[in-house]
Design a protein around this ligand. Structure first.
Ligand code: 5AD
Ligand code: SF4
Length: 464
């Protein structure tokens, strides 16, 4: 079998149809697969690895359900809407004409609903949660041998999912999972149930994969984990998370190292020191706060108060190098009073986040918050969300306007259909759309002077 990363850089740099170009020598031809992913970056990256497993078994990736003999959905259940989407997709196969297809459900809905999926959608033949992905080759072998229904639903595991081949979709930024699962117990969250307990990869294995990525030509990596900074090296080397960031930054060829998502409780000064000390470690942290009210934070079991969170923010804001901070907020948690919601607004005013992802609370199965009293009506949640979005828009507009005239280094990731128009990210993860007459900028690093701003992006010109 072809080894990991033997795919030439050219195929990685092409668009999604690169999958078609991947040729795995020695594997039998087993048909075609279509894989659709819902949810977070962890899911996106899991799918890249699942695709790698399928490709190395001799399946070929196609980009439509119609063209596929095997259809897989990698699902998300963080909020109810995401979970519902999958069931509507599965429903489409009820009366689908033509050859029956093999259907697989992966990810968080698979873990949460388990074998119930077979009852609801009897045409499904594979149900597998992320904690069982390392068993995928075995499960696929069972399906290929003619078994009608196979499952991978254990979460009681200390294994992480490592593949020989990863079919990377993003040619500019490589994702690399360093820790899977979650040991926190936020009262609203399904993740500890669907992704299982925390498991960290050994630092050697992380750095080996990183070296392969650098050799392939990647210059930017993003470490992933539900609580990435809770990383605990299981090997005798016992590298701290901040040391792993430093080692990654020192990898020849790497120019940018990112990480997401950080948990405030484990966000320690050495992480800030690492960012201060090495410009290859990106000056952006995603530090979800969820609420600005200490009472609500306690009910959410977040393990910190508003004041403790603000101490972490002060540590970041006092760094020698400016560090951008983004966050996640949940509005309308059960029992959240108007005053408590206003505490969240005042926190936004105080921190002045560079970006906020905000959500209406959605009750999830098996979570303690699901049975909490004083649910907030849907319209009230929508009202609070709209107020919060408006405030954050104002904060971002003001901050972005202050960036006019400044210079940023961008990693160019997009080319607009409009001539001479490009886009990229700054180290602090702002999107900048800019003009340049130069050809072939994709993947390169350029200096751009900001000439204008909108709430969500900056506008600039390539500086000579
Ligand atoms: N309802 C609404 N938002 C949620 N999140 C997690 N669980 C829920 C829920 N039940 C949000 C949190 C988390 C982000 C990934 O999704 O803000 O940080
Ligand atoms: Fe969910 Fe909390 Fe774990 Fe994040 S830290 S995945 S919100 S339980």
């Amino acid at each position: 079998m072809q080894k990991a990363f033997d795919i030439g850089l050219d195929s990685l740099l092409a668009d999604k149809s690169a999958a078609e170009a991947v040729f795995v020598t020695g594997a039998p031809h087993r048909g075609t697969f279509y894989l659709e992913t819902f949810g977070c970056q962890m899911n996106e990256h899991d799918s890249e690895k699942v695709a790698g497993v399928l490709l190395s078994r001799g399946y070929r990736q196609v980009d439509s359900v119609e063209a596929a003999s095997f259809v897989l959905y990698n699902t998300c259940s963080i909020r109810e809407k995401a979970a519902q989407k999958v069931f509507s997709r599965l429903g489409e196969f009820r009366d689908m004409p033509g050859e029956p297809k093999k259907i697989g459900v992966l990810g968080c809905v698979a873990q949460q609903e388990g074998e119930k999926i077979f009852h609801r959608s009897p045409w499904v033949s594979l149900v597998c949660g992320s904690a069982s992905y390392s068993k995928l080759p075995e499960l696929l072998a069972q399906l290929e041998a003619g078994e009608k229904r196979v499952t991978g639903l254990d979460t009681d595991t200390d294994e992480t999912f490592e593949t020989e081949l990863t079919r990377r979709d993003n040619p500019w930024r490589a994702y690399l999972t360093i820790i899977e699962g979650c040991d926190k117990a936020c009262s609203y969250c399904v993740v500890p149930y669907t992704r299982g307990p925390e498991r960290s990869r050994s630092s050697d294995s992380v750095l080996r994969e990183l070296r392969q990525l650098a050799e392939l030509g990647y210059t930017e990596v993003q470490f992933l984990g539900q609580t990435v900074n809770s990383y605990a090296d299981p090997s005798p080397r016992k590298m701290k998370f901040s040391e792993l960031l430093q080692a990654a930054a020192e990898m020849p060829g790497m120019r940018r190292v990112r990480f997401t998502t950080s948990h405030p409780r484990d966000f320690s000064p050495d992480i800030v020191e690492a960012i201060e000390g090495d410009t290859r470690i990106c000056n952006h942290v995603h530090l979800p706060v969820q609420s600005g009210s200490s009472r609500v934070l306690r009910a959410m079991q977040r393990t910190y108060s508003r004041e403790e969170y603000l101490e972490k923010i002060a540590m970041v804001r006092n760094a020698k190098r400016p560090i951008a901070v983004t966050t996640d907020i949940i509005v309308g948690f059960p029992g959240e009073t108007e005053k408590e919601f206003e505490e969240t607004l005042s926190l936004l005013e105080e921190v002045k986040y560079e970006g906020v992802f905000s959500f209406k609370y959605s009750p999830r199965p098996n979570t303690p918050a699901q049975s909490m009293p004083d649910a907030i009506p849907e319209e009230e949640k929508s009202r609070r969300l709209a107020i919060l979005l408006k405030l954050q828009r104002k904060i971002q507009t003001e901050a972005n306007e202050k960036s006019v005239g400044k210079m940023f280094e961008l990693h160019v990731e997009g080319k607009s259909r409009k001539e001479n128009q490009w886009s990229g990210h700054t180290s602090c993860h702002r999107v900048v759309n800019f003009s340049s007459p130069q050809p072939n900028l994709l993947g390169s690093y350029v200096r751009v002077r900001v000439s204008g701003a909108t709430p969500n992006c900056l506008i600039g010109d390539h500086a000579p």
